[in-house]
Design a protein around this ligand. Sequence first.
Ligand SMILES: Cc1cc2nc3c(=O)[nH]c(=O)nc-3n(C[C@H](O)[C@H](O)[C@H](O)COP(=O)(O)OP(=O)(O)OC[C@H]3O[C@@H](n4cnc5c(N)ncnc54)[C@H](O)[C@@H]3O)c2cc1C
Length: 347
Amino acid sequence: MKDVDYIIVGCGLASISFCEQLRVNNKSFIVFNDDSQKSSIVAAGLYNPVILKRFSEVWKAKEQLALALPLYSKIESELNIKIDYKLPILRRFTSIEEQNKWFTASDKPSLEPYLSLQLVKNDNPEIDAPYGFGEVLHAGRLDTEMLITNYKNFLKKNNCLEERSFIHNGIQFIDNAIHYENLKAKHIVFAEGFGVKHNPYFNTIPLTGSKGEILTIKAPKLKIDYAIKSSVFVIPLGDDLYNVGSTYNNDDKSNTPTEAAKEELISKLKTFITCDFQVVNHIAGVRPTVKDRRPLVGRHPKHHNLYVLNGLGTRGVMIAPYVADKLFKFIEHNESLDAEIDVNRFE
Ligand SMILES: Cc1cc2nc3c(=O)[nH]c(=O)nc-3n(C[C@H](O)[C@H](O)[C@H](O)COP(=O)(O)OP(=O)(O)OC[C@H]3O[C@@H](n4cnc5c(N)ncnc54)[C@H](O)[C@@H]3O)c2cc1C
């Protein structure tokens, strides 16, 4: 029997942030991960403190960025990889009225650090943007695929990763500990994304799930080194490659790319990009979204050493380090969880 402090189920953004809490605090752990969910690995990876539909601040943007950016930078240096790409995001305006809304919003103290006061004029002949753009500051892209692939290798090297499904009915509760196969653990944290629907301990948590699809295009004439937010995002990856996304579908919960989403993305893209492009990749995943758009964090009502870390929704890059910190302090230091993230808030 091997003793560990924690078993973690999942190896997406939520899990990685929690594992980093455990490493800093010298806790032992084993991660179980299968590839049933794809959300983190397919994510566009943008971090952006502004809601660009309404020109309002993302929930707790400042606190989230203050934890997320140093964490990703620490992982970059420890794993010797590049994952955090600072990237201006240009919001394409569709009217003078929108420009005015932007400048009104930029007066709000909470948004002032993030919304540039300069109207950016379009000088790229391959883009149609007669009303110009507003620039979001302090934004960027996390290469989530690079992060996850390398983090898994790192865990493997340290004998902390089991690359297979965790079977929930294999859990035994014996004398305040959890027994699972040859493991004895103090706690289990389930960071399963939309896969939590198969977890009998937490399958009633109110996760809606929203499927998203992304195309990668090759557009040699486009030549932009900033992201554009219009009816879809266009995000530069280098080598004339760009990610175009995403779609939102609350009915289909599969990870299979669809022709309908591809057509939707292409037709939206063509409303503001005029050059030729070729689709070179198409991926899909299910975001773990929640109706009230807040994460789902906390303890099982009956089994007090089972926890959930979920509901990262559309913004896992920024939220994951924040909620991992809250959950760790809740478990280890008995700090209470804010009602708005507590999984038990719906009871
Ligand atoms: C198309 C798309 C675009 C997105 N773009 C962005 C973006 O630009 N910026 C942003 O911040 N967020 C974005 N997101 C959202 C972001 O990806 C999610 O918020 C985040 O990835 C959720 O992470 P997670 O770790 O909770 O879940 P997941 O990434 O789903 O990870 C859960 C892991 O647990 C594993 N698992 C589940 N059950 C079991 C089991 N029983 N045994 C073993 N393993 C199990 C799964 O296979 C998976 O590996 C996007 C999502 C999609 C789909």
